[in-house]
Design a protein around this ligand. Structure first.
Ligand code: ADP
Ligand code: ZN
Length: 715
């Protein structure tokens, strides 16, 4: 059952019903009915031992293709790896309950064989003429197309001038055509394509390691074309599907049809149609966010993970899994190739290449005449911004020059809103979220204070809620809104656009944003990491990073790696066409290895240094980590359980338990949080240790212990 249960439930099979593993079945569950999947007999250890006569009958098999064996094995595998209950993982593979139910019939209308003698009005005439040589349509479609009111159509039905018929299912997925001509590939691209095509037989992992703008997308498109020629399906995982507008257009230009999309912004009926089309094989290429991995592909032949280093592939809530890593598992189960693409591959992937487990193909140069941007460091200690402003004189000059040259700029700051902190000038009180250990962020456009962790939002108070002084609250530090204010002051003629997850909420917003920039309705984009990736804006020549040090703060294991990746990505937006791109990084630490590597373009040197440091400390990927997050509403109880767990922590050579420590977000959504970290050498099974460890402490229902294997976030 798709419920967080440790085990499968047993049912009896009534006479005449023939069931096999994978079948979706409706069963009684307490007083309700629910849909589950037939699992292998006794697959979760022994059979339940419930005596035959107490077993309840399966009610029916659902009229859908069974869950493919690959998916069932994936569910079992992920459950064993993440220690999430199998039913919780299964739920991710059954996310569209409506897809399992028979489709509601859609009713259409067409002309009766012979027209009864009725009064003919001009409106009726229009409907009758319109339906003359077209297939049946729904009443509302007919009314819209013939430009009459629905009552007119109904009237015609009533007098038997139109007759009712069942319509075929609504959504059809057009087939992408692999044989439409693609672009003429460069020599390096052609070699990369050949390398990938050669891997299309059985399981393999190939990294396309290419600078931004090298044509990685064009290269894996050829891999997809090959799979389509073989009549199989392909899946492309993108970190931010909402930002895939340009990607979708390129796909359509190459293959003549859109792929099936899978993300949180689909309507329920689209979701249902897509799920079915994937199961029945009509959807040939799926592009989606991480959950697309769990769709019931009937014949998946290739997986692509674009921007494989992106942390958005890690799901933190519920079942904590990394979609890139699980995609590799899915490929191994299905014995199919998987392609990872990135300009800044993760250390995990690099280590796998070095160890010979993954293949690597390199695209070392940008396509065509475009060259990589020049990256300069601006030392904020010397190049000081004015008081209460954040853009240094050099960056201001560069923005003005770019504007004068008729080109576009991007100012990058990964901070939404106006100011990240509001404090009282009179007593020093800082405005904090009532539910979390986090400052409230002022959003001036919407005139609200928001918590970016729990979504709390409130009006900005007139007076300090601690000392009561009025007009004493001041904004500290910049967010993108405040930067926009600054730019407006020194470049009043520039047309600005703020791009954050507040302004770009759905794919259509992203498409509008892209159109605005491509249409040169914008001179300066001021954006967060939502604009750092993927976009191809030919006229964008300057990127200014307002606070390059931002990501380095905090003790996160991957702080340096992630900062490097993000700043490299955002730099890669500059100069993608003929004109040379220029990147200015504002920093207080120009000597920091990340800044040095960026300005010298020495990615591999940086990776080597990171690799050495991690190896020395046996940090991932050269050791393994698992996090325990213990949370609950009662601080004392949570603390006690955390301490109990720490006391019972596994010991031994190659095993270290760290903590308990209050999580950096010590209170989140009103829950107190403690963290423990288990660090083990590579050869040791972290799952086995955890399983035994958790059995040693009795955890009350009001306390939650979340397990995060290979944690990415340490908040
Ligand atoms: P990446 O994914 O490596 O950042 P893209 O695939 O987005 O690079 O390619 C960058 C730009 O160069 C795109 O506009 C793409 O259409 C163009 N491009 C890449 N390869 C070719 C090619 N062989 N012929 C024509 N245009 C190409
Ligand atoms: Zn909050």
């Amino acid at each position: 059952m798709p419920l967080p249960l440790a085990d499968a439930y047993d049912y009896s099979v009534p006479e005449g019903l023939d069931l096999a593993p994978g079948d979706f079945v409706k069963v009684p569950l307490g007083p309700r009915q629910a849909i589950g999947v037939v699992w292998e007999k006794g697959s979760q250890g022994a059979e339940s031992g419930v005596s035959e006569d107490r077993l309840r009958d399966v009610l029916m098999r659902m009229p859908v293709p069974p869950m493919p064996e690959e998916n069932r094995r994936l569910v079992t595998w992920i459950s064993a790896y993440t220690l999430a209950p199998p039913g919780a993982v299964l739920r991710m593979a059954m996310s569209v309950p409506a897809a399992l139910e028979p489709e509601k019939l859609r009713i259409g209308y067409t002309l009766a064989a012979s027209l009864p003698s009725i009064r003919i009005t001009p409106e009726r005439r229009r409907v009758l003429d319109f339906l003359e040589d077209i297939p049946p349509l729904t009443a509302s479609d007919i009314a819209r197309e013939a430009a009459v009111s629905p009552a007119v159509v109904k009237g015609l039905v009533k007098v038997n001038a139109l007759i009712q018929v069942d319509l075929p299912p609504a959504e059809r997925f057009r087939e992408p055509d692999p044989n439409q001509p693609g672009p003429i590939l460069s020599l390096a691209q052609g070699e990369a394509v050949n390398a990938i095509k050669n891997q299309i037989c059985g399981f393999s992992v190939t990294l396309i390691d290419g600078v931004t703008g090298a044509g990685k997308t064009e290269v894996y498109f050829e891999g997809i074309a090959e799979i389509l020629r073989q009549g199989r399906q392909a899946l492309v995982l993108l970190p931010e599907i909402a930002l895939g507008a340009q990607w979708l257009e390129r796909f359509e230009a190459r293959f003549g049809a859109r792929p099936a999309e899978w993300h949180s912004d689909l309507t329920q009926s689209r979701r249902r149609a897509t799920w079915r089309a994937v199961a029945e094989g009509q959807a040939r290429v799926v592009v989606g966010a991480r959950s697309a991995l769990f769709l019931p592909y009937c014949d998946l032949g290739l997986i692509v993970v674009d921007e494989e280093h992106d942390s958005a592939f890690k799901q933190e809530d519920g079942v904590a899994y990394h979609a890139r890593d699980m995609a590799v598992v899915r490929a191994r189960i299905g014995e199919i190739p998987i392609v990872l693409a990135s300009a800044t591959p993760s250390l995990e992937t690099v280590a796998n290449v070095d160890a010979g487990r993954y293949e690597r193909v390199a695209l070392p140069a940008r396509h065509g005449s475009a060259s990589l941007p020049e990256i300069d460091l601006l030392d904020l200690r010397r190049d000081k911004p004015e008081r209460q402003s954040w853009i240094s004189p050099t960056l201001r000059r560069a923005l003005a020059e770019t504007l004068a040259a008729g080109a576009q700029s991007l100012l990058y700051l990964n901070r939404r809103g106006y100011a990240p902190l509001t404090l009282c000038r009179s007593c020093g009180h800082r405005l904090q979220c009532p539910n979390c250990t986090a400052w409230l962020v002022e959003h001036r456009f919407s005139a609200r204070l928001q918590c970016h962790h729990c979504g709390f939002s409130g009006r900005r108070p007139e007076a300090c809620d601690s000392c009561g002084t009025t007009d004493s609250l001041i904004a500290c530090g910049p967010g993108v809104e405040r930067l926009a204010e600054e730019v407006m002051n020194f470049l009043p003629e520039a047309r600005l656009c703020i791009a954050t997850s507040d302004s770009i909420r759905k794919p259509s917003d992203a498409a509008d944003f892209v159109a605005q920039v491509l249409g040169h309705e914008v001179d300066i984009i001021i954006g967060t990491q939502i604009v750092a990736k993927g976009h191809h804006f030919p006229k964008l020549t300057l990127v200014g990073v307002v606070d390059a040090d931002l990501g380095l703060a905090g003790g996160d294991l991957r702080a340096a790696e992630r900062t490097y990746q993000l700043l490299h990505q955002v730099s890669g937006r500059a100069g993608r066409d003929e004109k040379q791109g220029h990147v200015l990084l504002q920093t207080y630490h120009p000597e920091h290895p990340v800044m040095q590597a960026l300005s010298r373009g020495d990615r591999d040197g940086f990776l080597e240094a990171e690799t050495e440091a991690r190896m020395a400390g046996e940090w991932p990927p050269f050791g393994r980590l698992a996090a325990l997050i213990i949370s609950g509403r009662e601080l004392e109880l949570v603390t006690r359980i955390a301490r109990d767990l720490a006391r019972k922590a596994p010991k031994g050579s190659g095993i270290r338990a760290l903590g308990p420590a209050p999580a950096p977000l010590a209170i989140l959504r009103g829950r107190h949080r403690w963290r423990l970290l288990l660090k083990v050498s590579r050869g040791i099974s972290v799952q086995e240790l955890l399983r035994k460890w958790l059995l040693t402490v009795k955890v009350p229902n009001s306390v939650r212990v979340q397990i995060d294997i290979d944690p990415q976030s340490f908040l």
